[in-house]
Design a protein. Structure first.
Length: 262
């Protein structure tokens, strides 16, 4: 059970250089949920996806390292969202107009594996949230949000107090829900700032939204080992949990900062 849940909860990152295949896979009874995507180049080629052709130093210093396209996320959603696996060849033609001709580019994708069957429960601020599963089944938390979102919540309509619609979320909600409810038949928690802290300005109404599934997951394999691996290239583009590869962890931090600034 722990192995299966760790596969489901992890954020995965995958990458492929131009001319390579990107291949995403999820465990049994889960599907791909794309979180973010980047296509272009923001680090020099000697750090990631070196050119296949020899370059002089003069050519390298002219390399465009501020190159990105705005269509990569939509392309990944079209190709992979809600599928158990997907694979395609990466090249600039897939993403429309080439933003930096002559510069070798790469695709990076962040995704999670979402259970095929899941439940969603909402509790308004200071109300108690109760989760429960049938006998012989246990709770597996997929996501948790405590705060306020732009879309709001139908279960907890906000009173218009003249405050702007500002999105604010607790950074520890998922970890707390996992600690409190993971692997149990039932659990309860108050949707309160005492439990989650207050991620919003004083006076802003919040709610707790938890997505979870009930499963007898010991019967499931953490990954489908019976299927042959997808097509690969000489450069590794296999599914890796964030943090496994030092290079990819560093690159993820760089891109996260770039995405935030953008």
């Amino acid at each position: 059970f722990a192995g299966y849940i760790s596969q489901v909860l992890k954020n995965y990152t995958d990458h492929a250089c131009d001319g390579e295949y990107v291949s995403l896979r999820c465990p049994h009874r889960t599907t791909i949920s794309i979180q973010s995507s980047f296509y272009g180049r923001i680090v020099p080629s000697h750090q990631l996806c070196p050119s296949r052709y020899p370059h002089s130093y003069a050519t390298l210093i002219k390399e465009d390292v501020a190159c990105s396209v705005g269509t990569s996320l939509q392309k990944m959603l079209d190709e992979c969202q809600d599928r158990r696996s997907c694979q395609f060849l990466v090249n600039s033609r897939l993403f429309g107009m080439d933003p930096c001709p002559g510069t070798g580019k790469y695709l990076l994708v962040w995704y999670k594996c979402r259970p095929n069957e899941y439940k969603s429960k909402v509790a308004c601020e200071d109300d108690k949230l109760r989760l429960s599963c049938k006998k012989s089944m246990v709770i597996a938390i997929y996501s948790a949000l405590f705060g306020r979102t732009h879309g709001g919540s139908l279960e907890c309509p906000y009173q218009n107090l003249g405050m702007p619609m500002i999105e604010c979320q607790s950074a520890t909600a998922l970890q707390l829900m996992i600690k409190r409810c993971h692997g149990k038949r039932s659990c309860s928690i108050y949707a309160s700032t005492y439990e989650f802290g207050d991620p919003c300005y004083p006076g802003i109404q919040k709610h707790l939204n938890v997505i979870y599934t009930c499963d007898n997951t010991p019967l499931l394999l953490p990954v489908d080992e019976t299927e042959p691996p997808a097509l690969s290239s000489s450069s590794s583009s296999s599914m890796e949990p964030v943090g496994v590869s030092t290079e990819m962890a560093l690159l993820s931090n760089i891109l996260a900062a770039y995405a935030f600034i953008t």
